[in-house]
Design a protein around this ligand. Structure first.
Ligand code: ATP
Length: 254
């Protein structure tokens, strides 16, 4: 397929107390593809996610989303343009019901801080529409029977499904998944992979951070490898998994 990037980023950097957490020269993410972002612990994957989605501020760099310059824009703005990320279920979210997590997903925000200020407003204004959308998604992810349960009572795999479902509340064109397979029972692996491929089949762009190489090999169209803040390799999964430098750099840290 000819290149059609949805994200183009240049010279994006972020330091934390002298550590170059992210130092990316150039990155392009293909529209409509599933791209995996891999690399050892501390490579900068999560930080890069946070920068692109507006949850953290870059020190330098420019990037665009769908040909629109979005460097330094807020998470709320990015969500309004159609770019969202998932969050691992936090303590605060675990104490909320599944359906309330879904409603909160409609804000495109992480959760805790907007809860008190925004949620009652959303309920009054858009309760019906939000609830319909939430219930459709819960049915699709087979979480409809868990609707009124506390999110914290879900199994590892169900939590991952909920994280994905709540991200879809804003009808995004691009989703960034934060370790979608972490803590998932092998029995749910296939179903989760199927759901992620389903997003792509609907035309969504997917970028995910993952340590599970089985998943990376099986569903990504493209793999980007980070190490010490930089992109050290990228290519199709079969090529990348055979690249000795990549295997050494990546597996060396595990
Ligand atoms: P993992 O696979 O373990 O999640 P990662 O590739 O996502 O790792 P990051 O979490 O982005 O890596 O971290 C990159 C570097 O930045 C690390 O050295 C980390 O300690 C540092 N770092 C990240 N966030 C912060 C922060 N808020 N304050 C200080 N240092 C940070």
């Amino acid at each position: 397929a000819k290149p059609d990037p949805i994200i183009v980023a240049d010279k994006v950097s972020r330091t934390f107390g002298g550590i170059n957490a992210v130092e990316v020269e150039h990155l392009e993410v293909q529209r409509g593809a599933i791209t995996a972002l891999i690399g050892p612990n501390g490579a900068g994957k999560t930080t890069l996610f946070n920068l692109l989605t507006g949850f953290d501020r870059a020190d330098t760099g420019t990037w665009s989303f769908e040909d629109r310059s979005v460097s330094g824009k807020s998470a709320a703005y990015m969500a309004s343009l159609g770019m969202v990320r998932t969050f691992q279920l936090t303590k605060a979210l675990s104490r909320m019901t599944v359906i309330d997590n879904m409603r909160l997903g409609a804000t495109g925000q992480k959760g805790e801080n907007v809860f008190t200020s925004l949620l009652p407003w959303l309920w009054r204004r858009q309760e019906e529409e939000l609830t319909v959308r939430a219930d459709e998604l819960l049915a699709r992810f087979k979480l409809d029977t868990k609707r009124q349960d506390f999110a914290g009572s879900l199994s590892g795999g169900q939590r991952k499904l909920l994280e994905m479902a709540r991200a879809l509340m804003t009808r995004p064109t691009m989703v960034m998944l934060d370790e979608p397979m972490a803590g998932v029972n092998p029995a749910l692996t296939q179903s989760l992979l199927g759901h992620i491929q389903g997003l792509r089949d609907e035309g969504m762009t997917v970028l995910f951070v993952e340590h599970d190489m089985h998943m990376v090999r099986h569903i990504s169209d493209w793999v980007v490898v980070m190490s010490e803040g930089r992109i050290v390799a990228e290519g199709p999964p079969t090529t990348i998994m055979q690249d000795q430098a990549v295997v050494d750099a990546y597996l060396g840290a595990h």
